[in-house]
Write a protein that binds this ligand. Structure first.
Ligand code: HEC
Length: 151
C-alpha cells in the first residue's frame, strides 16, 4: 500500500492577482470607451442640424462668389444664382435661430444681411471689381452678426 502523494505546496497555476486586476481594468476601459461613443452619438442625433446647415450652405455660396473674383469670371450668370441663394437663405436666419430672433441686434444684423443682398440683386455687379466690393459688403454683414452671436 503506497502512501498518498504529498499535497503540492505550490498553489495551482493560474492568473496572478495582478493579472486579474489588469484584465478587469482593460475590460472597464473598453466598456467606458464604448459607452462614451454611444452617449456622444445619441447627443449628436438629438442636436438640431438646421442652424448649422443654413450657415454651412450660406458659407458655400459666399465662397463661390469669392472664387469667381479669383477666377476673374464675373458675368451675371456666374453670380446671380449665388446671390439669389444667399438672399433665400437670409430669410431662414430667424427660423434657424429661434432663440435669438427676439434679440434686437440679431434682428438688425439679419435685416442688414437681406438689405445688402437686395442691393446687390437690384443692381448686380457688372465686373470683378464690382463683385469684389459686393462680397466685401456681404462678408461685413456676416461678421456683424457673428461678432455678437457666434460662440
Ligand atoms: C443674423 C445673424 C447671422 C448672419 C447674418 C450670418 N450668420 Fe453665420 N452664424 C450665426 C450664428 C448665431 C452662428 C452660430 C451657430 C452655432 O454655433 O450654433 C453662425 C455660425 C456660422 C457658421 C458655423 C456653422 C456651424 O457648422 O456651426 C458658418 C460657417 C457661418 N455662420 C457662415 C456665415 C456666412 C458665410 C454668413 C454671411 C454670408 C453668415 N454666416 C451670416 C448667425 C449669423
Amino acid at each position: 500500500m503506497s502512501a498518498p502523494p504529498p499535497a503540492s505546496p505550490s498553489r495551482p497555476r493560474g492568473p496572478s492577482a495582478a493579472q486579474r486586476y489588469l484584465f478587469l481594468f482593460l475590460v472597464g476601459l473598453v466598456a467606458g470607451a464604448v459607452a462614451t461613443v454611444m452617449i456622444v452619438r445619441a447627443l449628436q442625433a438629438r442636436a438640431d442640424r438646421f442652424p448649422s446647415s443654413v450657415m454651412q450652405v450660406t458659407q458655400w455660396h459666399a465662397g463661390q462668389l469669392r472664387a469667381r473674383v479669383e477666377e476673374n469670371r464675373c458675368a451675371a450668370t456666374d453670380l446671380l444664382p449665388h446671390l439669389r441663394a444667399l438672399r433665400t437663405l437670409a430669410d431662414d436666419l430667424e427660423p434657424a435661430f429661434p432663440d435669438l430672433r427676439d434679440d434686437q441686434r440679431f434682428a438688425q444684423a439679419a435685416s442688414q444681411m437681406r438689405r445688402t443682398l437686395d442691393a446687390s440683386l437690384a443692381s448686380p455687379p457688372l465686373d470683378c471689381a464690382g463683385l469684389e466690393s459686393a462680397t466685401r459688403d456681404i462678408g461685413n454683414a456676416c461678421r456683424a452678426c457673428h461678432q455678437d452671436f457666434r460662440g
